[in-house]
Design a protein around this ligand. Sequence first.
Ligand code: PLP
Length: 410
Amino acid sequence: MTEVIQSSAQAIKLEEQYGAHNYHPLPVVLSKGEGVYLWDVEGKRYYDFLSAYSAVNQGHCHPRIIRALTEQAKELTLTSRAFYNDKLGLAEKYVCETFGYQKALFMNSGAEANETAIKLARKWGYVKKNIPDNQAVIVAVTKNFHGRTTTIISASTDPSSRKGFGPFMPGFEIVPYDDVAALEKALANPHVCGLWIEPIQGEAGVYVPQAGYLKQAEKLCRQHNVLLLMDEIQTGIARTGKMLASDHEDVRADILILGKALSGGVLPISVALADDEVMLVIKPGEHGSTFGGNPLAAAVVMEALHVVKDERLADNAERLGRIFRERMNAFIPKTKWIKLVRGKGLLNAIVINDTPDSETAWNLCLTFAQHGLLAKPTHGNIIRLAPPLVINEEQLHECCDIIERSVREL
Ligand code: PLP
């Protein structure tokens, strides 16, 4: 008989003692989720304003996604790609049609889908762009966040991601984010095979580039025969008010990278999407994953995307995002603690008016939690606010009340 957790204190103690200390969680122990709500082990209810870093856009334990998961789990979960299965092709077709690509390659974590994109871009660079062997360059930008593998952190500019984990993978050039002139210069190098960006930098603190940046980036990629690798793992699947954040500028990536809400938060599922010209450079045996494209994931992906479309979550994110920023902007002159609010759709952040190394954002999140709302600082004094996209207007206003009340209590 397995042990049962009786209290938050007990759960925290166990994690402290037996778990690696690679996260610094808020002292809240959750045991149940439904829609926009989470409950802790003592039964206190919270609004979730993180959505597992935007993996739970469809809301916690969405009944349709859970049904797809459990029905498929009773039939077949994993065969590996050594054989075909009766769900993968359907899921590939559905994601390709949904996002407008010819081919899909499923993986599990977001980091793996980014690794897939890197391999695709490099191989394409050698095979199609005739870059000399082992000299391909991928241009990335400052403050990026694409995951935690040793290759991915080789392109990071965040000391906490990198320090102590070298040596690093060569083949990346880093340019300032949101700087068209820097891109112009970097992409002119004939060894560049890809430009790798997030349309909005979520993890860094919800940095939205100036209007036109992504379009210019796309144009420069075309001009220099460079692939545009768009990491929409956090911004995609309706989070910013459109199915993809790139859609705001009508930009089409050559390799689109998705994860997180692709499963509605029930399984780790990610995908790299591209057209034949790019995807078919990878041949059998050159890339893969035991769990990637398993039938359980395939069934979940289809239902998770159906839910996003059927419930018009992009429209809801667009509308409620505007209301949220309006309310916060009206509140800012009434407090000394909030410098600004920024974001798109329901991916927003408030920047706390204090030094980046102060405890203010952390303390504010503790007060949010006391009042029934869960959020977490990202990079010092920035608090990302990203509820499940199934939130309604009344709930959103209630959450704004909690945020304002907590700031007043600072
Ligand atoms: N890319 C972006 C933009 C992300 O926000 C994240 C996670 O926060 C990742 C990649 C990494 O995804 P995963 O943690 O599933 O590997």
